[in-house]
Design a protein around this ligand. Structure first.
Ligand code: GDP
Ligand code: MN
Length: 378
C-alpha cells in the first residue's frame, strides 16, 4: 500500500525525522486558516499517489494570503496523471540551501536491503541514475547485521563536507532505517532531504510504501487506506453480508451465489446487455438482505433496470419476494425490476408478487432479455 505524503510524514514524525510544520487541508477556506497559523510564505502540495506532482504544477509556494487562495483553489481542482486532487498539504516554506536524495528499500537480487543517497536530490532521481550514476551511492545492508555505523558515515561524507551537517544526516539515516525495519516497509524515501540556510537537515517530501504481505502484522495501518466512493459502498455492503462489486453497465443484477452471479452476467452480455454490478446476496437470504441489495443497486445512477435471479435452496423464494415488496413500501420502484425465482417456495413467492410492478420471468434467459429490453427503453 502506497501512502500519500501526509500519511508518510506520520511515520517520519514517529521515527523522529524532522519535517516542516504542516497540516492537511481539504478546502481553500481551511488552507487560508492553516496558512495564518503556519505563517507566510507557505507551500501548498497536492496529495496524490502518482509521482512528479511538482512538475505537474501540484506544488506551489504562496507568498501572500491572495496566493494561498488562488493556488489552493487551482490545485484542489486539478487532475494529476488522471488522479483528482482532493487533499492538500499546507506546509511551512523552507529556505533551501541543498537538496539530497535518500532511501531504503529491498534489493531482492542481492538478498539484502539497500540504502541509496545522492547529493543530487530534488525532483528527478531516475534521471540522475541514468545520466550520472556516480552521483548515487548504494550501500548494501545485511538484513541480519542491520545498518552499520561505517555505512552511515560513508553516506554522510558522500553528501556533505560539513561536520555538523554530517551528524544530522547520520542521525536521520539511522532513523530512516529503523523506521523501515520496524514497520515492514518496502520503500522509505526522502526526496528531497534538504539542508536549510540555517544549517538544519529536514525531510521536505516523504514516500512510504507498506509491504502488503506484512499488513497482517500491523492491522492499525488499515486506517491509512483511502477508498474511492465505489469501494466505500462495496465495503459497506460487505459488512451487511453482501458481495457487491460495481461495474459499468446498465442492468443491475441481484443473485444468490457467486456461480449464479457469473452465469447471470454472462447471459446478459450474451444477449447484448452490460451488467451494472455483481451482487451476491449469499445463501439464506432474509427479506432485510434483499432490501439492502435493492438499495445498493438503485444507488448506482447508471442502473436502468434490475434483474433479480434467485435459485431457492436454503434461500426461500418467499423471503426474497417479501424483501422486494418491502423495498417498494416507502417509495415506488425507481427502475423496472424483472424477477426470476425458482426453487424452495416458488409458488408462494409468485403469488406474493402477482399484481405488483415486479415483472415476472419464466426462466433465466427470459429474465435477462426482459431486463436488457427494459434498460434500453428506460
Ligand atoms: P514532488 O515533485 O512530488 O517530489 O514534490 P516535492 O515535495 O519533493 O517538491 C518538489 C520541489 O519543490 C522540491 O524539490 C523543492 O525544490 C520545491 N519545494 C518544495 N517545498 C519547498 C519549500 O518549502 N521551499 C522551497 N524553496 N522549495 C520547495
Ligand atoms: Mn519529492
Amino acid at each position: 500500500m502506497k501512502l500519500l505524503e501526509y500519511q508518510a510524514k506520520d511515520f517520519f514524525l514517529r521515527a523522529g525525522i524532522p519535517v516542516p510544520r504542516e497540516k492537511l487541508v481539504l478546502s481553500p477556506k481551511e488552507a487560508s486558516d492553516v496558512a495564518k497559523e503556519i505563517g507566510l510564505p507557505c507551500v501548498l502540495k497536492a496529495q496524490v499517489g502518482v509521482g512528479g506532482r511538482g512538475k505537474a504544477g501540484g506544488v506551489k509556494v504562496a507568498k501572500t494570503a491572495e496566493e494561498v487562495a488562488t493556488h489552493s483553489k487551482a490545485i484542489l481542482g486539478m487532475e494529476i496523471k488522471g488522479e483528482k486532487v482532493e487533499r492538500l498539504l499546507c506546509s511551512e516554506a523552507i529556505d533551501i540551501a541543498k537538496e539530497f536524495y535518500t532511501s531504503v528499500t529491498t534489493d531482492r537480487a542481492n538478498r539484502s536491503l539497500v540504502m541509496m543517497v545522492s547529493p543530487a536530490g530534488g525532483v528527478d532521481i531516475e534521471q540522475v541514475a541514468s545520466e550520472t550514476p556516480q552521483r548515487i551511492l548504494k550501500l548494501q545492508i545485511d538484513p541480519l547485521l542491520g545498518l552499520q555505523s561505517y555505512q552511515t558515515r560513508r553516506a554522510a561524507m558522500f553528501l556533505s563536507d560539513d561536520k555538523e551537517v554530517r551528524k544530522q544526516i547520520i542521525s536521520i539515516l539511522n532513523k530512516l532505517y529503523r523506521m523501515y525495519e520496524a514497520n515492514d516497509l518496502s520503500l522509505a524515501e526522502i526526496n528531497p532531504l534538504v539542508l536549510t540556510r540555517k544549517n538544519k537537515v529536514i525531510a521536505l517530501d516523504a514516500k512510504v510504501i507498506l509491504d502488503d504481505n506484512a499488513l497482517f502484522r500491523h492491522p492499525e495501518f488499515e486506517t491509512y487506506r483511502i477508498l474511492s466512493a465505489d469501494e466505500e459502498i462495496e465495503q459497506e455492503a460487505k459488512s451487511k453480508g453482501l458481495s457487491y462489486i460495481k461495474l459499468s453497465g446498465k442492468v443491475g443484477c441481484i443473485v444468490n451465489g457467486a456461480g449464479l452471479a457469473m452465469a447471470t452476467m454472462d447471459l446478459i452480455k450474451r444477449f447484448g446487455g452490460e451488467p451494472a454490478n455483481f451482487l451476491d446476496v449469499g445463501g439464506s437470504s432474509s427479506p432485510e438482505k434483499m432490501l439492502a441489495a435493492i438499495d445498493y443497486v438503485t444507488r448506482d445512477q447508471n442502473v436502468c433496470s434490475i434483474f433479480v435471479n434467485i435459485f431457492g435452496g436454503i434461500t426461500r423464494c418467499d423471503d426474497i419476494a417479501r424483501g422486494l415488496l418491502e423495498s417498494t413500501k416507502g417509495s415506488p420502484l425507481k427502475v423496472p425490476v424483472v424477477v426470476r425465482l425458482t426453487g424452495t417456495n416458488e409458488d408462494e413467492a409468485r403469488s406474493l408478487l402477482e399484481g405488483t410492478p415486479f415483472v415476472p420471468a419464466a426462466d433465466m434467459a427470459d429474465g435477462a432479455r426482459k431486463a436488457i429490453a427494459a434498460a434500453r427503453d428506460n
